[in-house]
Design a protein around this ligand. Structure first.
Ligand code: GLU
Length: 562
């Protein structure tokens, strides 16, 4: 073997083994160039070779890759050191106990972006032996959805996030009213009945509206009128006084409570006046003793607004930690788009594989540990991050590889007759190559006359040449004698360095795999898969990790990743 080919193979194998069985050509090229800078001059050729090598290597199982690496005499790189964990939070010593909260709006499903707030808040509370609160922010009666409270709880439980206390804002209106009234009395807020456009014009010019200067007695009277629904339509807004010259006009005299004559899915028509986000959050963060607010940086302006309220009431503003947005390669995260797609039937539900929801990730076989590790490794960085499915898959492989049992699956299966094959009733194979303790699966064999009747993947069948020797994995090597009809003859049993194909024989089950783009791939899976239960993650060898989605009336699995 030429020195360069050997090096390419070595780095490709190392990269594959480090990433749970899947090498990335770009990283391999990077390694090669870093160790041999002279390669830079023929980069194109390097890339071509590496791509070829990587393609071949990725067809092997992790065990085979490990074995090859050993053959090359390369010791496996030590497992990458666990990251040091989360960076310290600021101000921890200023508080007797760290209190964090996750505050989702129950108006849509949780997705990978939300989970960043959830995990960071939860893990920080744990790190410092503090308290973690779950708070549903549902003070917009027009968009709270009854089914979401439980869905969110369910997602959090699945992720392994446990909360010490739970609050629902729509149960707390009396508290918000009390503070609103106190604020009006003390002159920190006013009831504005101006036309919104007129108010904005004044605000943008840094001028007060006529309502702002009215005495407290008048404000309280207006407040009562709001509560008693005396205002027509949507009029009547409690505004918190701020600096009218604040450089950002959106911060000036922001709305805190307003009339919303809409029925709330939890508390019905009991209330007509509803607090807006900034007000209820501020009151709750204070009342619940939240010490560290860990939230997306899109809330930076909200923090400025909320600080004015804290100032009026002489409260101490919690320590705020802001992080960037997290998206995942091409997946739909927008609530509006998700909801619209579900309503129109474009998406099959909250767990449609094209969505970035937790439900979709779960359905695709991503494990909660994976999601946790990804989020913790990112930490509370301020920059926006776009997670790729490959990264998520690489993390998941590390956990799933050891856990998932193996099965043969022949996508687009076509029949192959093997003449002269050893005559056995069945083959017993390990459920997991490196965990013999898990037991075996039985692959029954079917013969037609003298020939073994096997089914192999359609794509493999199409690429076989007459005379080519290949292996029916874990059984025997055969030589192709005819392409049409597809026939082969027995060659030998011991492992050879030839392409290894998935195959099934007697009793194979028709299976359908749903791909991330929602397309479906049909094939045959070995009969042992009949005992699998919905929700189980297994590896269809050489095909990928899949999660069993249904067993009745048909075996359906969702493709996770390679
Ligand atoms: N309910 C808000 C959200 O989901 C919480 C933001 C915050 O942490 O204050 O965006």
């Amino acid at each position: 073997m030429k020195e360069f080919d050997r090096e390419a193979l070595r780095w490709a194998l190392t990269n594959a083994v480090e990433h749970g069985g899947h090498a990335d050509a770009k990283s391999v090229v990077g390694k090669l160039i870093a160790t041999q800078p002279e390669l830079r001059s023929r980069i194109r050729q390097v890339m071509e070779t590496v791509e070829k090598v990587v393609k071949e290597i990725n067809k092997l199982s992790l065990e085979e890759q490990r074995a090859k690496l050993q053959e090359l005499g390369v010791a496996e790189a030590p497992k990458r050191e666990e990251r040091r964990g989360l960076p310290e939070l600021p101000d921890v010593d200023k508080y007797p106990k760290v209190v964090t909260r996750f505050a989702p709006n129950p108006n849509g499903p949780l997705h990978i972006g939300h989970v960043r707030a959830a995990f960071l808040s939860y893990e920080y509370a744990r790190k410092y032996g503090g308290k973690f609160i779950l708070r549903f922010e549902d003070t917009n009666p027009a968009n709270a959805m009854l089914e979401m409270y439980d869905k969110i709880r369910e997602d959090l439980r699945w992720l392994g996030i446990k909360w010490d206390e739970e609050y629902v804002q729509s149960d707390r209106l009396d508290k918000y009213y009390k503070h609103a009234e106190g604020l009006l009395k003390a002159g920190g807020a006013y009831v504005c009945t101006c036309d919104v456009m007129k108010f904005r014009r004044l605000r943008d010019g840094g001028k007060p509206c006529p309502c702002r200067g009215l005495p407290a007695s008048e404000q309280l009277e207006r407040w009562r009128a709001m509560l008693e629904s005396k205002y027509q339509g949507e009029h009547g807004v409690v505004r918190v006084k701020t600096d009218l010259k604040h450089p950002n006009p959106a911060v000036r005299d922001w709305p805190a409570l307003r009339v919303a004559a809409v029925s709330h899915p939890r508390v019905g028509d009991r209330y007509r006046v509803w607090p807006l986000y900034n007000f209820s959050v501020a009151v709750d963060d204070h009342e619940m003793g939240v010490t560290h607010v860990i939230r997306g940086k899109e809330h930076v302006v909200n923090e400025l607004r909320q600080r004015f309220l804290f100032g009026h009431l002489d409260w101490r503003y919690p320590t705020a930690v802001q992080y960037g947005r997290l998206t995942i390669g091409g997946a739909v995260l927008s609530k509006t788009q998700t909801m619209k797609g579900i309503r129109s039937g474009e998406f099959s539900g909250y767990d449609d594989p094209r969505l970035g929801t937790i439900a979709a990730l779960r359905r695709r076989g991503f494990l909660p540990e994976t999601i946790r590790q990804v989020i913790l490794d990112l930490g509370p960085t301020h920059v926006d991050s776009a997670l790729s499915w490959e990264t998520l898959a690489a993390y998941n492989r590390r956990v799933a590889d050891a856990r998932a049992n193996r099965y043969f699956f022949a996508p687009g299966a076509v029949k192959l007759l093997v003449e002269g094959a050893p005559r056995l009733k069945e083959l017993r194979l390990r459920l997991h190559p490196s965990h013999p303790g898990r037991g075996e699966r039985v692959l029954p064999l079917l013969y037609e006359g003298d020939a073994l009747a096997a089914y192999i993947p359609g794509a493999d069948a199409a690429s076989l040449r007459e005379g080519q020797v290949f292996r029916l994995k874990d059984f025997m090597n055969v030589r192709l004698t005819s392409r049409e009809p597809l026939k082969a003859e027995f060659h030998s049993r011991e492992v050879m360095d030839v392409p290894k194909l998935q195959w099934v024989s007697a009793g194979a089950i028709e299976a359908e795999v749903i791909k991330p783009d929602a397309s479906r791939e049909l094939g045959l899976v070995e009969p042992a898969a009949a005992v699998l239960r919905v929700g189980e993650v297994v590896q269809f060898e050489r095909f990928g990790f899949v999660m069993v989605d249904a067993t009745e009336p048909k075996f359906v699995a969702i493709f996770g990743h390679r």
